[in-house]
Design a protein around this ligand. Sequence first.
Ligand SMILES: C[S@@+](CC[C@H](N)C(=O)[O-])C[C@H]1O[C@@H](n2cnc3c(N)ncnc32)[C@H](O)[C@@H]1O
Length: 289
Amino acid sequence: MSLQTLVAEPWSDYALLDSGDARKLERYGRYRFIRPEPQAMWPPHAPDWDADAEFLPASDEEGGGRWQFANDIPPDGWPLAWQDVRFQAQCTPFRHLAFFPDMAPHWAWMRERIAPGSEALNLFGYTGVGSLALAAKGAAVTHVDASKKSVEAARANAVLSGLADKPIRWLVDDAAKFAAREVRRGRRYDGIVLDPPKFGRGPAKELWQLETGLPGLIADCAKLLDTESRFLVLTVYAVRMSALAIGELLAQATAHLGGEVELGEMAVREEARGLLLPTAIFARWSRRK
Ligand SMILES: C[S@@+](CC[C@H](N)C(=O)[O-])C[C@H]1O[C@@H](n2cnc3c(N)ncnc32)[C@H](O)[C@@H]1O
C-alpha cells in the first residue's frame, strides 16, 4: 500500500489564501477568515492579513473559542457552490464554516464512480454536501447524522441546490446502529462515504468513539457492499491514527470484494505559494466495473 496526497485545489468559492505562524487565511465566497492552524509551522507569505473575521481559540480549553468580527457577516450564513451543488456557509462555534472544503477531491472521485440509479450511503453526513454531490449525479442517497440541526441544514442545502425532489432519505440516527440495522435487513449499497468524528453522540446519547467504534462500523459497511459495489471512502481528522492503519482496516474488511484500497493524507493547496497544508487522513476502496 503506498501513501498518496489528495490535494484540494482552490475553486471559485473557496481558497486557502495564505498560511503560517500557526494560522490560516481562507476565502469562503466573498468573505475572508483567519483560523488557528497548528500545522502551519512556516512563516506566512504576506506579513499582514485582511480578514472579515477571525476565530480566537480559548486558551484554557481545547476546541473552545469564539469568532471576532471585523465586518458584518450574515449570521444565518451565505450561499456557496461546489460544481453544481449549492450550500450555506456559516461561522460555527466549532471554528469551521459548516462544510469541509478538503473533501472536494473525494466528492469528485465518488462522482466518477457513481451511476444514475445507484444507492449511496453517507454516514456522519453533517450538512450534506457529499450527499448532494451524489444525488446530483442521479444516485439515491441515504444520509445519516445524529444531529437534527445538521440534517435540517442538509435538507436546506438540498433546496438551495434544486435537489429537494431527489431520492434522498434524511435520517437522524446513530451511524453505527443504523449500519448494523441495515446489515440485519440485508441491504446493499453501491457506494459508502463516512467521515466519523473522534467522539460523538447518537440521538439517544449512544457513545461514538473512533478508536473503539471504527473496526465494527467498517466491518458492517463492508457487509453492505457486494461484488457490484463501487466504493467506500473513509476520512479521519485530528486523531493519533495513521493512514496506514485505516488502510489496513479497509483492506482486510473488503478483501472478499476484490478491488483496490488507496490511502494517504488529505491536504489543501495554499494559493499564495502552492504549498500543501495537511488536514486529515483517508483510506478508500474501489472497484472498476
Ligand atoms: C462534522 S462531521 C465530521 C467532521 C470531521 N470528521 C471532524 O471531526 O472534524 C461529524 C458529524 O457526525 C455527527 N455525529 C456524531 N456522532 C454521531 C453518531 N453517533 N451517529 C451519527 N452521526 C454522528 C455529528 O452530528 C456531525 O454532523
